[in-house]
Write a protein that binds this ligand. Structure first.
Ligand code: CIS
Length: 209
């Protein structure tokens, strides 16, 4: 069975609010996935994403009835933190987490669309680079961009990546990509909704790290 279909995101309601508990449950399956890549550079990414998730969950666990949606958390922190907001708390953690999720969305969409380097058909570097340039590069200074270059060299081959998405089973590429397309429906809608919320609440920042 596919890891992606085992961890589908929930369909959004008409008001596009994102249920905090379902969101946290879905994204918590992401960090363990990095263990199958092997290279040390992925531990850095894993720990960054895990830190974001832990920070959001800590706020949620304080009062689940109050923080039913992600927007409840961000709006509450706007009141609580005043001038410090939005570069603080779960608002900051979600700001960065959504960029990582956008990266994954673009990467998976690019694979599903069949984009590839005809000279290196078993490489996903072209897909990873597209995702990076669209989702993360503008927020990264020179040093972190170098870290990306290292991660790119350690990127798995397409066949291994697809096998990992299929829990190590041998599956036809086309079957796996069909699962990817199905996963992307609710995943993309969720990531889009979080981006829209940050724009509407004026919570987006564009500093570089
Ligand atoms: C397959 C090849 C992938 C190559 C990936 C290359 C990615 C780019 C590498 C750049 C290295 C980034 C290292 C970290 C940089 C951080 O400095 C930066 C800023 O961090 C933030 C913190 O998060 O800084 C803030 C202060 O300014 C705060 O400290 C904040 O933390 S807070 O607020 O919580 O305290 N962070 C970033 O730039 C974010 C980097 C995200 C990178 C995401 C890369 C994802 C790669 C995924 C590849 C695998 C795809 C797998 C697809 C599906 C798997 C399915 C799994 C199950 C289903 C789960 C559903 C999601």
């Amino acid at each position: 069975m596919s890891i992606l279909l085992d961890n589908q995101f929930k369909e959004l309601p008409p008001d596009k609010s994102v249920d905090t508990k379902s969101f946290l449950d879905a994204v918590s399956h992401l960090p363990p996935f990095f263990d199958c890549f092997g290279s040390a550079v992925f531990y850095v990414i894993k720990s960054d994403i895990s830190g974001n998730i832990t920070k959001i969950r800590k706020v949620y666990d304080k009062d689940p009835a109050k923080y039913v949606t992600l927007q409840d958390i961000v709006e509450d922190e706007r009141e609580t933190y005043g001038a410090e907001w939005p570069k603080v708390g779960a608002t900051l953690a979600l700001m960065w987490l959504k960029r990582g999720l956008r990266f994954i969305q673009i990467l998976l969409q690019s694979l599903a669309d069949g984009e590839r380097d005809e000279n290196k058909p078993n490489s996903i570097q072209v897909n990873v680079t597209k995702a990076y340039e669209n989702a993360l590069k503008r927020y990264h200074g020179w040093m972190v961009q170098k870290t990306f270059q290292m991660a790119l060299l350690a990127a798995p081959y397409r066949t291994n990546f697809i096998k990992a998405l299929s829990k190590g089973e041998e599956v036809k590429e086309e079957d796996c990509l069909a699962n990817v397309r199905q996963f992307l429906v609710n995943f993309t809608a969720t990531v889009d909704a979080i981006y829209e919320m940050y724009t509407n609440l004026n919570a987006e920042l564009d500093y570089t790290v």
